[in-house]
Design a protein around this ligand. Structure first.
Ligand code: G
Ligand code: G
Ligand code: MN
Length: 374
């Protein structure tokens, strides 16, 4: 969290936090373990110490994480920071400084990705992860450029009369070497690299054309749902895209963007402004995979004015027959949504019995293999 300190409180405060961090590290490493601490650059430190066992190294790593749990004091404010640690062993993991630092760095990023404020010991498989990620990143970029991506469509069913109310667009990618790559794998990578913004725009543009054709051909007011990554709101081209490109498009009033609860994690001015501009253009919003993330009733209330639909995650729909707790949960989501004028869709419906219960509970829409696969 160091960047935030620098950005919001200024570099001199940042400098003092670095000094205080160095002090904490030195107390744990230099004094107790006959070791050495150095600042590597930015907010990164390197420390060496001698350990006889892996267990001993674990204890030191844990004590460092622990010491960063304590707030940093600045004037009267308390700064909550944390640290992520990557650990390597000499000579097992390498004998040159360069190799050891590179592997420690890899392990540190691994620790960051597994939720921060934790440590990781380097493992060779981490390098493979990095290589695979790089391969996917490059190949995905080319696939988008060469129009090798495909969109699958899954119908959304209105439970009142069983008509098709619209379609969700789902990205699919088959690579010559890698075979079929699942979105679960490539979407997070695309989010880390910013490519997701270009993917999501492409899906929106391409799927709009397709659904427009079906609307005309069948003379039905089909809607289109597109998954829209929360990270897009922080892309520097987001506002220009809305104003220059999207504003020219017609038919946005039948387009719905599916966002996940992650949107509230980085809820700042960019998000608020982006949401408002999109609403002005007639776009509507739904919450995808509801119930699996950071769901809080408080924020559903806060967002009720911009939400048109809640999509209940298939996890809850799956057990709705066998578990009364899941049934109760779906019931309460429906009740809450109704009182706020938000519609409810159940994802992953696979059986008639599930469908029956969902209708009983007052669900408005359903989606799942029982109707059609994507
Ligand atoms: O379709 P499938 O179950 O494999 O999707 C896996 C995940 O990938 C889902 O969470 C889905 O929302 C996401 N996903 C699929 N297509 C897109 C897309 O075009 N853009 C974004 N941002 N996510 C997508
Ligand atoms: O995260 P999101 O809700 O966007 O993911 C949608 C994905 O859910 C689709 O890509 C599809 O593969 C999957 N899906 C759709 N219907 C069903 C279903 O009935 N059962 C299961 N297991 N998955 C489904
Ligand atoms: Mn979705």
């Amino acid at each position: 969290g160091f960047k935030e300190v620098n950005d919001s409180l200024g570099h001199s405060v940042g400098d003092r936090v670095l000094q205080a961090s160095a002090k904490r590290l030195k107390e744990l490493i230099a004094n107790n373990n006959n070791g050495y601490v150095a600042r590597f650059g930015g907010d990164e430190f390197i420390a060496t110490c001698s350990c006889n066992t892996k267990r001993e190294a674990e204890d030191i790593a844990e004590s460092i994480i622990h010491s960063f749990r304590e707030n940093f004091a600045h004037n009267n404010a308390q700064l909550q920071l944390g640290c992520s640690l990557g650990t390597v062993f000499f000579p097992d993991d390498g004998v040159t400084t360069e190799e050891l630092i590179r592997k420690a760095d890899t392990a540190m990023y691994h620790a960051k990705n597994s939720g921060r404020n934790t440590f990781a010991f380097f493992e060779p498989s981490m390098l493979q992860d990095v290589m695979l990620k790089n391969t996917i990143k490059n190949k995905l970029q080319n696939a988008l450029r060469d129009e090798k991506l495909e969109i699958y469509y899954q119908p959304l069913v209105n439970l009142r009369d069983m008509s098709i109310s619209g379609f969700e667009a789902l990205l699919r990618w088959e690579d010559e070497d890698l075979g079929e790559v699942r979105p679960d794998l490539f979407i997070p990578i695309a989010e880390q690299t910013g490519l997701i913004f270009h993917l999501d725009r492409w899906v929106l543009r391409t799927a709009s054309k397709q659904v427009k054709i079906w609307r005309d051909k069948f003379d039905r007011p089909f809607n289109l749902s597109v998954n829209f990554s929360p990270t897009n709101f922080h892309h520097r081209e987001m506002m220009p895209w809305i104003h220059n490109d999207l504003a020219q498009e017609s038919g946005l009033e039948w387009v719905e963007l599916e966002v996940t609860e992650r949107l509230v994690l980085n809820y700042d001015d960019n998000v608020i402004q982006g949401l408002e501009e999109l609403l002005k253009l007639g776009v509507s919003f739904s919450i995808d995979d509801f119930g699996t993330g950071y769901s809080s009733l408080g924020y559903i209330k806060k967002f009720s004015h911009i939400l048109s639909k809640i999509k209940i995650d298939r996890l809850f729909v799956h057990e709705i027959i066998n578990h009364s707790s899941d049934r109760a949960l779906v019931q309460s989501i429906v009740t809450l949504a109704k009182s706020l004028n938000i519609e409810v869709l159940a994802e992953g419906v696979e059986s008639r019995r599930q469908e029956d219960v969902l209708i009983q509970l007052g669900c408005d829409y359903a989606q799942g293999f029982i109707y059609e696969k994507p």
